[in-house]
Design a protein around this ligand. Sequence first.
Ligand code: KIV
Ligand code: ZN
Length: 540
Amino acid sequence: MSAPDHIISDQIIIFDTTLRDGEQSPGCSMNLEEKLRMAHLLDDMGVDVIEAGFPIASRGDFEAVEAISKAVKNATIAGLCRAVKRDIEASFEAIKCAPKRRIHTFISTSPLHMKYKLQMSPEAVLAAIADSVEFARQFTDDVEWSAEDGSRTEDDFLARAVEIAIKSGATTINIPDTVGYAMPADYAAKFTMLRNRVPNIDRAILSVHCHNDLGLAVANSLAGVAAGARQIECTVNGIGERAGNAALEEVVMAMRTRPDAMPFKNHIKTEMITKISRTLSSITGFVVQPNKAIVGANAFAHESGIHQDGMLKNAQTYEIMTPESVGLHRSSLVLGKHSGRHAFKTRLQDLGYGLSEEEIEDAFQRFKDLADKKKTIYDEDIIALVEDETGRDKDNIKFLSLLVQAGTRGPQIATIEMDVDGTRQTAMCEGNGPVDAIFKAIRMIIPHEEACLQLYQVHAVTGGTDAQAEVSVKIEEHEKQVVGQGTDADTLVASAKAYIHALNKLMDKRQRTAPNATDSTTESMASVEPSLTAQERVGP
Ligand code: KIV
Ligand code: ZN
């Protein structure tokens, strides 16, 4: 048998699942507008396939997949679905406007999952694979089939399942390491086994999808590619269920930095990596650990004297890739109080922001306000300043002003002024500390008794005591979480802005899940995931 084209091809398809596997993990939920922002960035960055969501899971998911399908110009849009007719129909309904679309259907194949999760016999699973893939093919000729828990599936059964999926019309075969259990050599062996044993394997692209429970997601993904896979499923910053998924930036930079070991091509513009990573962190409040590969704050920092000395003599002594290759610019000090509109606009463009004239003017005013308080304005300050306002123009609740009395000599009291649906409202409240006083005052204006604060986190955008504070606030109501962000040179103002941002998102979420806003697709994924009735399964 001669080697099939896709195996000898050195092109790797980058399939991003930040908006599906990433978004479904705790603390990473995004609203429609945020998902759209991310989808545009992923598309601009050159991702080949964007898995935009799980349309049957909720109305919010469906609407987001549909909106992304209408908005994205280049990437293929994938919608996830179980081996269930109504899932597949919902998936197609959501992606049908996309210029390029893919139905991604999955079912578990490991003995453990079939017995306990699906409570189906292996023969029934094989029948469901055939029926679901054939059914999906009626809607599109781009169908991906995934063997959930594939890495723990017995070889004989996996080979039979893959053969059936391809015979039924699947064009991509994904073998997930769903629980992050695989070792690189075992995972690679699964692909080699499939290539050797499945007679029609040359009719499909093989794909890796690895979770990071043992910290091996990237290593396993690359091992799978070395063994013949030509699609990598990954997420920005490695977000995802439990320990996350393989990080897009890591797999891509591994291939770019080590072409000798990984001689493969992809379409990713790596210079956009830092921007997309920061945007995701800012949207979700999920800050990456400082020593995270590629996008951590310390990834390109050289602190020790010996390293700094080596770097000055020749950067390659301690640097295997340049910060510029991931869009990180060495010029830290950029602008100040006397910088003009033109310099600011140019800097925004260099940082990858294509803003309208009105948005630039707005950002420039905020830049000037900041420059009055802070002597030196760094790239990070500009990014925080722009991200802080993006998508907030439609917010119903707006921050206006804050006065706080704090310290040791008296009660801590906050007086806040907010614009609620166009009406100016003020509240004054005493609290157990200034932040508590602020949040209580906000609560007086917008009562939300059933919601509770899950997380309050402050991080300095740059060094120095005049650094801007970036505050993240997570609120939970009826098991639904929202994250708000606020940035300001004053930590208390940033806290108020973050809380108000979270409240806007909570209101939005309430509206989307209100009883009259529901239909048959509004069940939560948790409630539909484990139990399928016999009639719901595709086929017998
Ligand atoms: O991890 C997994 O198995 C998945 C599949 C649904 C593709 O995310
Ligand atoms: Zn997964």
